[in-house]
Design a protein around this ligand. Sequence first.
Ligand code: NDP
Length: 416
Amino acid sequence: MTNWHSFYKRPWSERLTILTDNQNLTIDEQQLMQDQYDDIGAQQVENYIYNFGVPTGLLLQLPVDGQEFIVPMTTEEPSVIAAANNGARMMRQGSGVKTKRREHLMRGQIMLVNLSDMAKLQQFIQNQELQLLQIANDAHPSMAARGGGAKQLTIDVLDENTAAVNVLIDTKEAMGANTVNTMAEAVATQLRQQGYQVLMAILSNYGTEALVEAEVAIPVTALATKQGVSGQTIAEKIALASHLEELSPHRAVTSNKGILNGIEAVVLASGNDTRAVNAALHAYAAHTGQYSGLISWQVEHDQLVGRTVMPMSIGVVGGSIGIVPAVKLNHHIMGNPSAEQLAGIIIATGLAQNLAALRALVSTGIQAGHMALQAKSLAIQVGAMNDEVEQLVAQLNQTNQINAAMARQLLQKMRD
Ligand code: NDP
């Protein structure tokens, strides 16, 4: 066995040799890593070996704030992009999605422990707010120069000896994690000099100061199914399904996962941090104390109306956005939106995804559409070649058994 010691310092070719020897990789597996090598990827992460490709497809004509956007979605799950397009099609029959960003501040938390006099801390922060904000801004002056920067200080008393001092920062077109951490650490240094015990200074991903409201109204007629169920009936069932998400966290988590199918695909394609968005959305889903669905649907007159409020801390500069060519391409495809527009696009994608999923669930069930798309994955999985896939998928869809055994059997028959 070869030693893994200092793997991160080795040139890429040596890393492949070590990996191949230790894990007995085949020639094909080695070739895959060679083919998927990327210079930029090699600079992005530690112990780099190859780039993992995830398919990217388009969500077409997503109606947001009076414009229609072409939106790249990056995901491995077969039904996601089809469902988002289906949702967007229904949304285009109404007035489209309207969004409103309430504010856009990121929060840096400086966690103070072993406090002996909470009132004294509160007084100190109140008296020193301007000076501390100046210290924060001096740590990254260009952010204030573009009209952003540290704007406000607040305190959360966590227990009698513990508090979080919050620096609220406008990071403009960036998500701002690094800016926030730099500013929070600068304020932490000052607080330490004043004798406070700082356990840590770090941004919070719970974007309660970065909330975006969105609303979409769809004429119920747009929801009618091919099987002859009226749009009014579907709309009422969707509203009922939405109510169930307030009663059952088990149902709400699954619905929110579906919303995130769309949201994460756009967040990833746009070079933003999927984990940050995901963590914030799940936390916000429980902000009332009861975990529930992120989107609510109601029937109002002859329309189905979807409403949501979501924290959305994303950027159009920074992180991998300026570095990765595919991300730059994706921003170009969307028309190079601002951070505020991109937040709207992401949330509108979530609305489209949720609408399509709920409509399927309350009518034909989710499996009909899923399994039709799953058939393609199964065909590839059992070894169908490019020119065989279409025929095998058609045959599989005619059976009521869309599974690997059936796919294998049909492929064998096709080849005999
Ligand atoms: P960067 O550190 O790349 O910062 C973005 C920079 O872009 C700004 O600091 C600014 O630098 C520059 N910039 C140029 N034009 C603008 C503009 N119009 N508005 C704002 N900034 C502009 O990225 P972020 O600070 O946004 O951090 C995001 C990254 O941090 C992501 O990769 C994320 O995964 C990662 N991260 C996430 C954490 C978390 O979520 N908990 C923790 C740590 C990292 P200048 O002012 O010098 O021009």
